[in-house]
Design a protein around this ligand. Structure first.
Ligand code: TYD
Ligand code: MG
Length: 453
């Protein structure tokens, strides 16, 4: 009998190799290569080769329109309007971020005619009941199953045909045909494949919960992201109560949508107006602060940029950024020195985006520059002033995308002055009005002049 072949697979990045390495050649992680036994080759197939079939595109029924609304607007938007029938959705995020809470909570807001099957490989039925009581979930059509055997689960789904299935989590699932332990790359991949086939063949949407590893990637393989139809990341900072749900892949909708939630003592609450929440704590008449407007998905979100500029104690000045790109901040400081005459060479600078938000959009440059200069000169940027625009190396303020949306949000929130790139000014539609003064600027000098007008 031929010897069973084995393969070494890195459990961090999925790199495959015929021999063992201490350090994975794919990602450089140590002690991540695990041996997995390959099942015997099935290439010697019997003579029964069948021909595949094809269909005309315009004869295929369009059932993407069949979506289950989750009853939570924030989640529906991220999903592109609801959960599509027969789709496989991966919900991932750090431990304790609220994945299980979100799934259990949807059971409350979903249409109460739907039969939901909640499979947990992590918690006992008793624990789920406790959590459900706390969240106020009292759905008579919700079935709880504590099971990890993938084939037994899919067989149950095939026989009972629930309308929606939640699997918490894919890392605990055990597929008997694979010899490695649950959570290994092959197990996760094969289990996901089995769920994929079940979802597609039965037309039942399945939501898989996936853990992330210490780098923030979905634990196990990147391949999982290729298998599923949509990948949602639940992000957030442990120290802050709000959570951002982000679609990084969506076959049935836009990928850059976000949903904002707040973790309360009775579960997750939707935050319909995140801008207001993020800027509500802004100190009045304080220097070193400026409101920025960034686009997340299709929504403009306001955030407060704070800067602190203090004399350097020892030798090299410190440059610290929280929530903003370090290199970008260094560039803005250099442009401010060279093109606007503000000197930071003997100053420590600290930049912070309030609320634990991470902004990587160049449109925030102008507000960062304003906060820095405001702190350096100890002058106040008026509380009702908003500034956005990308700063170029020549000190010019370059146009940004979705300018109109940002200005409209500023008007809605009652800002009285909006400093925007001159380039964008002419493209604004004429019906934007209100009491907001909109000032177009060409370079950073003009932007600072506009502040004191
Ligand atoms: P959970 O959904 O178990 O996280 P995950 O499944 O992503 O690992 O979330 C648990 C966290 O949420 C835990 O730290 C406690 C907190 N939490 C609340 O603050 N309020 C609540 O009502 C619930 C159910 C959880
Ligand atoms: Mg959980």
């Amino acid at each position: 009998m031929a010897k069973a072949k084995s393969l070494y697979i890195c459990s961090a990045c999925g790199y495959e190799s015929a021999k063992w390495y201490g350090c994975c050649p794919g990602c450089g992680e140590w002690n991540m290569m695990n041996e997995e036994i390959l099942s015997q080759s099935t290439s010697a197939r019997a003579s029964s080769i069948r021909a595949a079939s094809a269909q005309k595109l315009n004869e295929i029924q369009n059932d993407v329109s069949v979506r289950y609304s989750t009853g939570m607007n924030e989640l529906d938007r991220v999903l592109g309007g609801g959960i599509v029938k027969g789709s496989l959705v991966l919900l991932s995020g750090d431990p304790g971020i609220g994945k299980s809470t979100l799934l259990l909570q949807i059971c409350k807001t979903l249409n109460d005619k739907l039969n939901i099957l909640y499979i947990s490989g992590e918690e006992s039925a008793h624990q789920i009941k406790l959590r459900a009581d706390r969240l106020g979930v009292n759905n008579s059509r919700l079935l709880i199953m504590c099971e990890t055997d993938v084939l037994a689960i899919t067989e149950y789904i095939r026989q009972n045909k629930p309308d929606l299935v939640f699997v918490d989590s894919v890392q605990t699932m055990d597929y008997a045909d694979v010899n490695s332990s649950p959570g290994s790359v092959t197990q996760v991949r094969e289990s996901a494949n089995v769920f994929m086939r079940a979802a597609k063949s039965l037309g039942i949407p399945i939501v898989l919960v996936g853990h992330v590893n210490k780098d923030g990637n979905i634990a196990g393989p990147k391949v999982l992201e290729h298998i599923v139809d949509a990948v949602l990341y639940f992000e957030g900072n442990r120290n802050f109560s709000y959570r951002i749900l982000r679609a990084v892949k969506n076959r049935y909708g836009s990928t850059n949508e976000i949903g904002v939630f707040e973790m309360r003592d009775r579960g997750l609450a939707e935050v319909e107006n995140p801008s207001l929440m993020l800027i509500s704590g802004k100190p009045k008449n304080a220097s070193g602060s400026c409101i920025a407007c960034t686009i997340e998905g299709s929504r403009p979100i306001m955030a407060e940029v704070q800067a602190l500029v203090t004399p350097t104690g020892f030798g090299n000045p410190r440059r610290m950024c929280t929530g903003f790109d370090y290199n970008r901040a260094a560039m803005i400081l250099a442009v401010l020195e060279k093109k606007a005459g503000y000197f930071f060479g003997n100053m420590d600078t600290y930049i912070n985006i309030v609320g634990g938000l991470k902004i990587d959009e160049p449109a925030t440059d102008l507000s960062v520059a304003m906060a820095l200069v405001s702190s350096l000169k100890d002058t106040v940027v008026a509380d009702d002033t908003l500034a956005f625009g990308e700063i170029g190396l020549a000190g010019e303020i370059r146009g940004v995308n979705n300018c109109e949306q940002r200005v409209k949000e500023a008007i809605r929130l009652g800002f009285s002055r909006c400093i925007i790139p001159r380039h964008n000014l002419k493209n604004l539609s004429s019906d934007i009005s209100g009491d907001t003064e909109i000032i177009g600027v060409r370079n950073i000098r003009e932007a600072f002049e506009a502040l004191v007008k």
